[in-house]
Design a protein around this ligand. Structure first.
Ligand SMILES: [Zn+2]
Length: 157
């Protein structure tokens, strides 16, 4: 099987929350994509409940794009400790941290149910499985710790 970078990472050595650049990929027809590990919860120490993670996914899809250019996709890890973020070009990790922190601050301090996009049966594959309360509480706890620019040290928090 192909070697997957994420499985070579020592998940016991990282210090979440952090943003980590996983890889920069150059397409055969041109274009550059950067893949980030957006880790909100310490691996094997906890996980965001599905409803809260789902709400964060819907909200970050819009909030991040409002704060930084080049977002292709942000999707939750199956382990529920964070997200993969795909971006055009080679954005600075610090700029991703700033956009993420601003987005989480909005969720923690300002968001209402009306700010969650795509929560009808027509727009979502499991529209009943959302929790703004959980998204808000987890955003708060991430911001209290601060999002590091380094996966292995608390930098820029
Ligand atoms: Zn959905």
């Amino acid at each position: 099987m192909a070697e997957i970078e994420s499985f070579t990472l020592d998940h016991t050595a990282v210090l979440a929350p952090y943003v980590r650049r996983i890889a920069v990929e150059h397409g055969p027809g041109g274009g550059t994509i950067t893949n980030f590990d957006v880790r909100l919860v310490q691996p094997n120490a906890g996980e965001i409940p599905t409803a809260g993670l789902h709400t964060l996914e819907h909200m970050l899809a819009g909030l991040l794009r409002d704060r930084i250019d080049g977002v292709i996709d942000i999707s939750p890890f199956g382990c529920r400790t964070g997200f993969h973020l795909l971006m055009w070009g080679e954005p600075e990790t610090a700029d991703v941290v700033a956009a993420l922190s601003g987005s989480l601050r909005f969720v923690a301090e300002e968001a209402t149910e009306a700010d969650i996009p795509g929560v009808s049966a027509r727009e979502c594959g499991n529209y009943r499985d959302h929790s703004l309360h959980s998204a808000r509480e987890w955003s708060r706890s991430v911001l209290e710790l601060g999002v590091s620019r380094d996966a292995f040290a608390r930098v820029g928090v």
